[in-house]
Design a protein around this ligand. Structure first.
Ligand code: ATP
Ligand code: MG
Length: 421
């Protein structure tokens, strides 16, 4: 029978890799706690129209990347391609707007997009994201950027640049769309087929195209910054002032427009030069129109999504592969039928007391058991047989120093705690 394999663009995470994930997840939890963000876990699937509205009909995600299916109840369902729209849905559904604002949430979640798998691009990947609802102040934008910047610091990632831009509000956008459309019309012949379509529906999307010809053309395009109204300009200026005071370096980059439709004013990306073309580890911005789009009252909001796989790739590129020593506190070797049973009951007592312990499951010889104790990094080991069971004592060996201590079998957890202090 042929062997069944995992789907393209999906990965099993285990061994050393899962240790690197645990460390990153732990870092994220402590970080969010310091910044006052609470975790939210939303379902893996939602009604498709949440993403159609919340991510935007003209985005690549909605147009070609979603895992959408009809379930047995004839519901049109989509596996979440990102974490923001579900968080907004939950914010409204649970009336979190009635609590003291702002509402500060974070998530770590798998996300699903039907894309061409390559380094840093999978079909199931994972995102860490934060969302802050209820404040239109640039201090909220600055806090959101600050948490991302602090995360990179704590992960030891240095070779990443923060690019910021402002897309303005609806009025600036309308003005900019006209200016940009005019420019794109003049260069239509050089654009890829997709962009020729995009420019009719949402000209901004053309700025995001990865086709080299298109990138070349849009380099000379007028920028949205030239079309910012007074209030949006003031908001953007304040953000820059805050970041400067926080000592967070940034580059103003009009090329940052983000792949999602819902952004207003601030948009930003943290980009690494270390992992090739999929260099954006974290992208976000302000989305003052999204809550309304999903059916709520107009509510300002700002947040980001960071790709966990990409964060790990950058971390490894800068600091080398994660190496975590495997370690166990104690290995109880055994000779004979009776001793095997005893060894496993002692191991159970030790584990109940929070001591990591192992005994043989493979019917190994004593020599092979000791070899195994070494392989699993046991800090202490002992071998028991009929004699040890009869006198109720055994020799516990410190595997580093070779020192041996007599310990009582009936009170091993306590004696072990004393010795290993
Ligand atoms: P890209 O331009 O790389 O396609 P995007 O604009 O689609 O990114 P977002 O929707 O903003 O990305 O998602 C936030 C983050 O999630 C990205 O910055 C990236 O780190 C990560 N990400 C997005 N798509 C994938 C994927 N298919 N595989 C792995 N990580 C991804
Ligand atoms: Mg994408």
């Amino acid at each position: 029978m042929s062997q069944i394999r995992a789907l393209r663009g999906t990965k099993d995470i285990f061994g050393q890799d899962i240790k690197a994930w645990h460390r990153l997840e732990e870092t994220v939890r402590l970080l969010c706690d310091d910044f006052g963000f609470n975790e939210i876990r939303t379902p893996v699937f939602e009604f498709t129209n949440l993403f159609q509205r919340g991510v935007g009909e003209t985005t690549d995600i909605v147009q070609k990347e979603m895992y959408t299916f009809i379930d047995k109840g004839k519901n049109n369902i989509t596996l979440k391609p990102e974490g923001t729209a579900p968080t907004v849905r939950a914010y409204l559904e649970h009336k979190m707007y009635a609590d003291a604002q702002p509402t500060k949430l974070y998530y770590m979640t798998p996300a699903f997009r039907y894309e061409k798998p390559q380094a840093g691009r999978q079909r199931q990947f994972h995102q860490f994201g934060i969302e802050m609802f209820g404040s239109e102040s640039p201090t909220a934008d600055a806090e959101v950027i600050a948490i991302a910047s602090t995360l990179l610091d704590r992960l030891g990632i240095k070779k990443v640049d923060l690019h910021i831009n402002s897309l303005g509000g609806p009025e600036c956008r309308t003005k900019y769309n006209e200016t940009l459309s005019k420019f794109l019309q003049e260069h239509k012949g050089g654009l890829c087929n997709l962009c020729q379509e995009r420019m009719e529906i949402n000209p901004l999307r053309v700025l995001d195209c990865k086709n080299p010809n298109c990138s070349q053309i849009v380099e000379d395009a007028p920028t949205v910054l030239e079309c910012l109204g007074e209030e949006c300009q003031a908001h953007f200026d304040k953000l820059q002032e805050l970041l400067t005071q926080m000592n967070i370096p940034f580059i103003i980059d009009p090329a940052i427009v983000r792949g999602l439709d819902y952004y207003t004013r601030t948009v930003f990306e943290f980009i690494s030069n270390d992992i090739g073309s999929q260099g954006t580890v974290c992208g976000g911005g302000r989305y003052d129109k999204l809550v309304e789009e999903v059916g709520g009252e107009p509510t300002p909001a700002v947040g980001f999504g960071a790709g966990i796989e990409r964060l790990l790739l950058v971390q490894e590129a800068e600091n080398g592969p994660f190496q975590d020593k495997i370690e166990r506190d104690i290995f109880i070797g055994a000779i004979g039928e009776k001793a095997i049973l005893k060894a496993h009951s002692i191991v159970h007592e030790l584990r109940k007391e929070g001591i990591s312990a192992e005994a043989d499951h493979m019917n190994r010889s004593v020599r092979a058991q000791m070899k195994h104790a070494n392989r699993i990094g046991a800090k202490y080991s002992t071998i028991i047989g009929d004699n040890e069971i009869e006198i109720g004592e055994t020799d516990l060996k410190n595997m580093d120093t070779g020192d041996v201590t007599k310990v009582s079998l009936s009170n091993l957890p306590n004696e072990f705690k004393k010795i290993s202090k």
